[in-house]
Design a protein around this ligand. Structure first.
Ligand code: NAD
Length: 475
């Protein structure tokens, strides 16, 4: 099997090293070998992106739009094949993975439209005989650093607006999910993006990620809070633009007046689908006392019926955890919950399946309090806690008592409580009678507090990060 190379200045090039990409559903299955770039290679990629910038920003918006539509079309046509590849390297189910490729395709097409729609403003000056115009310009070389849990959608929602608005790109995917990234890079290159405009450098965070932050004009990052903090600090020291989307400890409030089936569906889907590995997963289920016991019983019963197996097997509802390190982290938090005195209603176990993989059944803790570490720290696995509350007011206070603020949901038939929650939940996203995860591609996405730093991503709000405003006066 050949090594999948980095893309630098329009050429496929070897890295300093290479690493295998292992299928978490079957650790005997090597998805491929992927080049790992050196710091010098990242510097070459940044230099290539810098020299390609002036010509790229002068291309017509129509030319850029055509390229983005071409990328979106190929992703759509190949969604089944690329979905299978994604499921194989990341472990989400075939349906989840194919849906994600479809999402990436929609994002490229959306920004194909935004390219030609980007406009400015013309205002009267407060002084006589002067025109004032406000326009948007590309920022320059954008460094893109992404996590493993949405290996094609997150790169898409960063690369598409970067290219749409005339920037050039140096992209580093997570070292766990290089296959989807490499396939996307190949599509972008063949769609007619000029050499140097888009560069792929695979490798580890401390080497390749750090070298990107040291060289580019702006950096957009999605990943954990710990890494985000480092990147935001390094970017601030260089005084470059930075955007960071990070973790969550998202609450789902269930009130006594909730439609019971909707509440159970929201909890099972939001907390456990995609193996709980979503930044918007609901890890804290805040449940009012009147509905509490029945809710816990029925959610537990539903979890017992979930089919956990190989991501590509038909009938699988939950795939494996992404790798051994994440599995160890999940197991250590399950032990911690025991030590903190939480009641394990459904006990997560390592599972054996036909193929060796990182299989873990769901864990549901009850009788937890919001000050337990399992309710304060992001676990990022199929683990959720129930917190019992007396009233809506207490539920809202608990929901907001967290360092995070990404997504917050409520299940209720009370219009009054739903609209009060929308207005008072300290989160970037609110969900009424819906799971905390599950988003549209044409509207802004992002959080508050430690979940997010800098401008919003996606939709037309993406222009806030990927362009710089210029105000021009003419006499
Ligand atoms: P991570 O922080 O470990 O890694 C993210 C990326 O940063 C990877 O590409 C990694 O190689 C790189 N990196 C690591 N150290 C670096 C450094 N010192 N300098 C530069 N780059 C570095 O996160 P992960 O484990 O890949 O992803 C899971 C996390 O992502 C979870 O916390 C999850 O909540 C978060 N996430 C957030 C969102 C969101 O939009 N808010 C979406 C998906 C995932």
């Amino acid at each position: 099997m050949g090594i999948h190379q980095n893309l630098v200045a329009g050429e496929w090039v070897d890295g300093a090293d290479a690493a295998p990409n292992i299928n978490p559903s079957d650790t005997n299955d090597v998805v491929g070998e992927y080049a790992m770039a050196s710091r010098e290679q990242v510097a070459d990629a940044v230099a290539a992106a810098r020299s390609a910038g002036p010509a790229w920003r002068r291309t017509t918006t129509q030319a850029r739009s055509d390229i983005l539509f071409k990328i979106g079309s190929e992703l759509f046509e190949r969604r089944d094949e690329l979905g299978e590849l994604l499921a194989r390297e990341e472990g989400k189910t075939r349906a989840e993975a194919t849906g994600e490729v479809g999402r990436a395709s929609q994002i490229f097409r959306f920004f194909g439209g935004e390219t030609v729609r980007l406009g400015g403003e013309r205002l009267p000056s407060v002084r006589p005989g002067i025109d004032v115009t406000i326009g948007r310009e590309p920022v320059g070389v954008i460094g893109i650093i992404t996590p493993w849990n949405f290996p094609i959608a997150i790169p898409a929602w960063k690369i598409a607006p970067a290219l749409a608005f005339g920037n050039t790109v140096v992209f580093k995917p997570s070292e766990l999910t290089c296959a989807s990234a490499w396939a996307l890079a190949d599509i972008i290159r063949r769609a007619g993006v000029p050499a140097g405009v888009f560069n792929l450098v695979m490798g580890t965070g401390p080497v390749v990620g750090q070298a990107i932050v040291d060289g580019v004009d702006a950096v957009t990052f999605t990943g954990s809070v710990a890494t985000g903090r480092k990147i935001v600090g390094a970017a601030a020291a260089r005084m470059i633009h930075v955007q960071a989307e990070m973790g969550g400890k998202n609450p789902l409030v269930v009130l006594d007046d909730a439609d019971f089936d909707v509440a159970v569906d929201c909890a099972v889907d939001g907390s456990f689908y995609q193996t709980g590995q979503r930044c918007t997963a609901s890890s804290r289920l805040i449940v009012q006392e009147g509905i509490h016991d029945r809710f816990v019983d029925v959610v537990a019963e539903r979890l017992g019926r979930l089919t956990i197996d190989h991501a590509l097997k038909s009938g699988t509802q939950v795939g494996p955890v992404v790798d051994g390190r994440q599995l160890d982290q999940d197991m250590s938090y399950i032990d911690l919950g025991d030590r903190e005195g939480a009641r394990k209603v459904v006990s997560g176990q390592r599972l054996n399946r036909e193929t060796p993989g990182f299989y873990l059944s769901p864990t549901l803790f009850a009788d937890t309090t919001n000050d337990m570490r399992i309710n304060r720290e992001e676990i990022f696995g199929p683990v959720a806690s129930v917190i019992r509350v007396k009233s809506y007011d207490e539920a809202l206070a608990v929901a907001n008592d967290t360092e995070f603020g990404l997504s917050a949901g409520i299940v209720t038939t009370s219009r009054k409580h739903a609209s009060h929650f929308e207005a008072n939940a300290e989160a970037g996203l609110t969900m009424v009678n819906l799971p905390t995860a599950g988003l549209d591609y044409h509207v802004p996405f992002g959080g508050r507090k430690a979940s997010s730093y800098g401008p919003r991503e996606q939709g037309r709000y993406a222009a806030e990060f990927y362009t710089i405003v210029k105000t021009s006066y003419a006499g």
